[in-house]
Design a protein around this ligand. Structure first.
Ligand code: DGL
Length: 270
């Protein structure tokens, strides 16, 4: 029984860890497309083609349900893949909706018309491709009115994290927060719209200040997945073992993953 979790690299491990804490008995197959990370600087067609290939690999490995634990892939590829149709018995889900439901105080699947919500000024931090897709703003507009979103494309942060260069990652986060604050001096909430960013969440919070509520995805996605599997228990596919696959160098990726999660993670070649 396995569910697939996909990211361009190591960021989706933040989601995997939260899923593991929430659903300890659920076997997971993690797929990191490290050879092609970062996705955030690629164009839409490229991201779609890479994401489709990875998801098909996970489906073929026995995962009936695949979670795109990558906002960039969710923004550029999810809708297109769903509209093109997925094979019978297979599903692919993204990571935006649980976050936006939390921000807009909605229960899962509440499709009532958009309404006013408490939060009015929201900072969005995401990759250049996610920001230019405007997917967050679109999903938000389905649920809330009167929310001012200022987006900051955080170039370089994913690369620095993938390289394990946390000094560079910190400097980049601080400069992106400064840039955001020049456009929106007093955000009430900040969305970390990239699954790599929880690895530097403390730095975002420190740079934003204690009064800004920081929304990050891992726990929200884990809760939403638990809810989904309760309603669709048949979506847990074949396979019993937890597996970590990468298109990059397994040893190097394992070392960086071990450093981030502070437990031994061993990747194999996809
Ligand atoms: N973790 C991915 C996301 O959530 C990073 C994308 C990238 O590779 O640039 O967007």
């Amino acid at each position: 029984m396995a569910v697939g979790i996909f990211d361009s690299g190591l960021g989706g491990l933040t989601v995997l860890d939260a899923v593991r804490a929430r659903l300890p008995d659920l076997p997971l197959v993690y797929y990191a497309d490290s050879a092609h990370a970062p996705y955030g600087v690629r164009d839409r067609d490229d991201i779609h083609a890479l994401t489709k290939r990875a998801v098909e690999h996970l489906w073929a490995s026995g995962c009936d349900l695949v979670v795109l634990a990558c906002n960039t892939a969710s923004a550029a590829a999810l809708r297109r893949m769903q509209e093109a149709g997925v094979p019978p018995g297979k599903r692919v889900l993204g990571v935006f909706v649980p976050l936006i439901e939390a921000l807009t105080e909605r229960q899962w699947g509440d499709n009532s018309p958009p309404r006013e919500v408490a939060v009015k000024h929201v900072a969005l931090f995401a990759t250049p491709a996610t920001v230019s897709s405007r997917a967050f703003q679109r999903e938000l507009a389905f649920r809330a009115i009167g929310v001012d979103v200022e987006a900051q494309a955080c170039a370089g942060v994913v690369d620095a994290i993938e390289e394990g260069d946390m000094i560079l990652a910190e400097a980049l986060v601080r400069s992106h927060v400064d840039a955001l604050k020049r456009k929106m001096p007093d955000p009430e909430a900040a969305i970390l719209g990239c699954t790599h960013y929880p690895l530097v969440q403390d730095i975002f919070q420190d740079a934003l200040g204690p009064d800004v509520a920081v929304y990050s995805q891992p726990n929200l996605v884990a809760d939403s997945l638990a809810d989904y599997l309760e309603r669709h228990p048949d979506m847990v596919g074949a396979g019993q073992a937890n597996t970590f696959l990468t298109t990059g160098d397994p040893r190097r990726v394992s070392d960086h993953a071990t450093q981030f999660l502070r437990r031994r993670i061993t990747f194999e070649a996809a």
